[in-house]
Ligand binder design. Structure first.
Ligand SMILES: [Zn+2]
Length: 485
């Protein structure tokens, strides 16, 4: 996620999500009663014109449900009237803890339930805006159990005129195919008035969904910014690293970009708050989209290792923006150096490991994000010094290919072992070992001096005769095959 100083007003939004991210979904167990045909489940969803109630009907084929489970149990009071829907009339069902047990179901019967989408809730899960509601599928998509491997899950929406649905799920002749990750990882979704535009970047489809009234005459600016930001990823990867991304762009008051977040449930998604009176100047060197899109190019990391996931994203945001020509090389070094300075001052004296675990209580975000970015810089430079062409780029490219969409949450140790194995160098592991259990900020001054980064702000110069000046310019140089700004 992307953070700004002083953005505490939105903290509850991401805090709720962070605490819940990576929560497990429903277990899958072999089905009994399947007939040998491919088991299938179809969801039919409807939403009322006021966007207050969602109604769902879930129909199995060649599959017997034993339970329908809420994957976000803390929002259970939103789900109403679970019922067996059958030809002879509806039969009320009851929740037992976070699931509705289903004792028996006649052939052709379905399960129905309603979800209260209003009044507006606090935080991320349900938020009402201008003629739209941001409602994560985690709130309204109940998980059928069992779901034997190979079960085909599809969904369709029947909506009032002018109301549209936005979900990250791939299309299907029946509407959408619901991926298993919709039950196991947090996702985003919305209903209501929305503007939609699909653009292609680096071989991928970027599904741009602007909620409510959208951005009016400023819409092309926002689209170009998203395209430019997605193109920046092609200066690290071979094309854009995942085939499709849904970008939920949420208008907010003001003229700048606010909070952003990357989500994986049901398909790669970024959610970004954008000022409805956004200006070209504000978007000129705006980093939030590059940062969130970078997250989608790496695997999910364990939440205890947030210093690594945010560190890599923070470091590469500036590197990729310079490579793509969104910022000048000097500006990128100035931003990085400035971040290291802030990060080194904002710790609470905890070790990096503990600071990461306690980050949402201590608000030591700067220390955690920038310590991770500093370790990324140290590793990148060290690999390049040892003759590994492209430094960290190579292993990250391979990691995106194998694992960007994997459901597994990686640990820092696993990542270090991966990088060291791919590069044939013992760099990442020893670096992590040296800093993870220490309270002091990684030492960057010496490296920056060797790279030729001198002074700060307007006084900054990049010395061409520094010992590692060649490494420095190679790090920020556009990648052959990368797309322009
Ligand atoms: Zn982030």
């Amino acid at each position: 996620m992307a953070r700004r100083e002083g953005l505490f007003v939105r903290r509850s939004v991401c805090l709720g999500l962070f605490l819940l991210s990576g929560c497990g979904g429903a277990p899958t167990t072999p089905a009994s009663g399947a007939t040998g045909d491919t088991p299938a489940v179809h969801y039919s969803f409807g939403v009322d014109p006021e966007l207050r109630t969602l109604s769902a009907t879930v129909c199995p084929r060649d599959l017997r449900f034993t339970h329908l489970r809420m994957t976000t149990p803390e929002l259970l009071d939103r789900v109403r009237r679970p019922r067996l829907v059958q030809a002879t009339g509806d039969v009320p069902l009851e929740f037992e803890e976070d699931a509705v047990p289903i004792a028996s179901m006649a052939d052709g019967a379905c399960i129905g339930y309603d979800v209260d989408l209003g009044p507006p809730g606090e935080g991320f899960w349900i938020t009402h805006g201008d003629a739209h509601v941001l409602a994560a599928p985690d709130v309204w998509l109940l998980a059928p159990e069992p779901r034997p491997p190979g079960t085909r899950l599809t969904a369709s929406f029947t909506l009032p005129p002018g109301v549209h649905a936005a979900v990250p799920w791939p299309g299907d002749p029946r509407g959408y195919r619901v991926p298993e990750t919709a039950f196991t990882m947090r996702g985003a979704g919305a209903f209501g008035k929305l503007e939609r535009e699909t653009v292609r970047v680096g071989g991928a489809e970027l599904d741009l969904v602007s909620l409510g009234g959208g951005f009016g005459a400023r819409a092309p600016l926002v689209t170009q910014w998203m395209q430019r930001s997605a193109s920046a990823l092609t200066h690290l990867h071979d094309g854009f690293p995942v085939p499709r991304v849904m970008a939920l762009l949420i208008p907010q008051s003001g003229s700048d970009v606010g909070f952003g977040m990357a989500l994986r449930g049901g398909g790669p998604t970024v959610m970004i708050l954008v000022g409805s009176s956004i200006t070209p100047e504000a978007l000129d060197a705006e980093w939030t989209a590059v940062h969130e899109l970078f997250h989608l190019s790496a695997p999910r990391f364990q939440s205890k290792d947030v210093w690594l996931s945010e560190g890599l994203a923070t470091y590469y945001t500036y590197i990729l923006m310079a490579r793509a020509g969104m910022t000048k090389e000097q500006g990128a070094w100035d931003d990085l150096q400035d971040g290291f300075r802030r990060g080194s001052r904002r710790g609470t004296g905890r070790t990096l490991r503990q600071e990461s675990i306690d980050m949402h209580e201590t608000h030591a975000y700067q220390r955690v994000y920038w310590a991770g970015a500093a370790l990324s810089l140290l590793a990148d430079v060290e690999l390049r010094k040892r003759g590994v062409e492209g430094g960290l780029d190579g292993p990250l490219r391979e990691l995106a290919r194998c694992c960007a969409r994997s459901e597994e949450a990686w640990s820092a140790e696993q990542f270090a072992a991966f990088v060291d194995q791919k590069t044939g160098q013992a760099v990442m592991g020893p670096l992590f070992e040296r800093y993870i259990d220490r309270a002091d900020f990684p030492e960057t001054a010496e490296i920056l001096a060797a790279l030729g980064v001198k002074g700060a702000g307007r006084e900054m110069t990049l010395a061409a005769d520094a010992p590692r000046a060649g490494v420095r310019s190679a790090m920020m140089a556009p990648r052959a095959g990368g797309k322009g700004p």
